[in-house]
Write a protein that binds this ligand. Structure first.
Ligand code: DAH
Length: 344
């Protein structure tokens, strides 16, 4: 062994230290290694403390060798530290559970779904049940029972997709036929909403779509008045659009309600001052409503005299467009991920 007369083999110490360092994968192991060699009672501290015991002529050489070894191993320690820290901790299996994973891409809800859920939540809190009806309807439920006999001019309000030459079957033009189906089925008093697809022979442009969604509401009982209608709808619209929204009722006409009303909210964009969105009127029309026409009760088989009710209907797309400031109805159906990921 040639140690140049020194009482320790510095090459062997370096080699052992390197081998140990090589195997290290974790921060705590690295810290043990550092203490073993560089600690206050570590290998180098001991070697250094032995220098004065050496004969005079060996001391400079011993000091130099120890320093060289320290510098080299310290260099390797710093390199290893970067590796261990950047890779965080690989565990025994060699897998690093601490690396950032790939974020899974999750789905988004169409604003139609978001608005529908809001509406359902608000009305369920008011004790309304949620019902559905068929998208393929008969002339009876879509028109006749809603006080629109054949050749009634009001039928022109809805351009209809008929499914047969006799014009008996059609795609419902509104959710109002659910009113009749529910009145036939439920025990009075009741209150319900229905949300679903509706169909009209309209152009597909920025403000029209041949398929869209509506929400229908119906409350029937022995003492339902127009005040109830107002209270429920004002509450609903303020829940949906915010508590500072003002609500306006204007007289209107629907064959299935009497009296009928058209209901607007103060423009959510300009707060009623007038802007492009509200056509500079300060108001946005949002709902049709009214007291159920006596003829509708009769058609639904309700003959008791003292029964009254109110009904309303609104377009979901229209609500979503106002709420989320969407200016083209076609956006809802394009499945463009850049559009869909904007709403929560
Ligand atoms: N069904 C009407 C439409 O599609 C909306 C509507 C108006 C529904 C008044 C109602 C109502 O229930 O009372 O235009």
């Amino acid at each position: 062994m040639n140690n140049n007369g020194l009482p320790f083999d510095i090459e062997k110490i370096i080699e052992d230290a390197r081998n140990e360092l090589e195997k290290i994968t974790r921060k705590d192991e690295l810290e043990y290694w550092r203490i073993k060699y560089f600690g206050r009672k570590g290998v180098f501290a001991i070697l250094t403390s032995k220098i004065p015991e050496l004969s005079q002529h060996l001391r400079p050489e011993a000091g130099r060798k120890i320093n060289e070894a320290k510098n080299l191993l310290n260099e390797l320690l710093q390199q290893k530290k970067i590796i261990v820290e950047s890779a965080q901790t690989y565990n025994d299996t060699g897998l690093n559970y601490t690396l950032t994973g790939l974020k899974p891409d999750y789905g988004y809800f169409n604003p139609i779904t978001l608005v529908s859920r809001d509406i359902v939540r608000i009305f369920q809190n008011l004790g309304f049940g949620v019902h559905t009806g068929p998208e393929i309807e008969t002339d009876f439920y879509n028109f006749e029972a809603l006080n629109m006999p054949e050749d009634h001019p009001a039928r022109d309000m809805w351009d209809t997709f008929y499914l047969d030459a006799e014009r008996k079957f059609l795609l419902r033009t509104h959710t109002s036929p659910v009113q009749i189906r529910v009145m036939e089925k439920l025990k009075i008093p009741f209150r319900i909403i229905a949300i679903g697809k509706t169909f009209r022979r309209d152009a597909f442009d920025a403000s029209h779509s041949p398929v869209f969604h509506q929400v229908e509401g119906l409350m029937v009982g022995y003492d339902i008045t127009f005040s109830n209608l107002k209270a429920v709808l004002i509450f609903f619209l303020r829940e949906l659009f915010g508590s500072n929204v003002r609500v306006r009722f204007l007289p209107s006409y629907f064959p299935f309600t009497e009296p009928s009303a058209e209901i607007s909210i103060s423009c959510v964009i300009c707060n009623g001052r007038g802007c492009q969105t509200c056509g500079f009127s300060g108001w946005i029309e949002i709902l049709g409503a009214g007291m159920v026409h006596p003829e509708v009760f009769l058609k639904a088989g309700i003959k008791e005299k003292n029964i009254t009710g109110f009904a309303f209907g609104a377009g979901i797309e229209r609500i979503a467009m106002i709420k989320y400031r969407i200016d083209d109805i076609r956006q809802f159906y394009l499945n463009d991920i850049r559009f869909l990921t904007q709403f929560e």
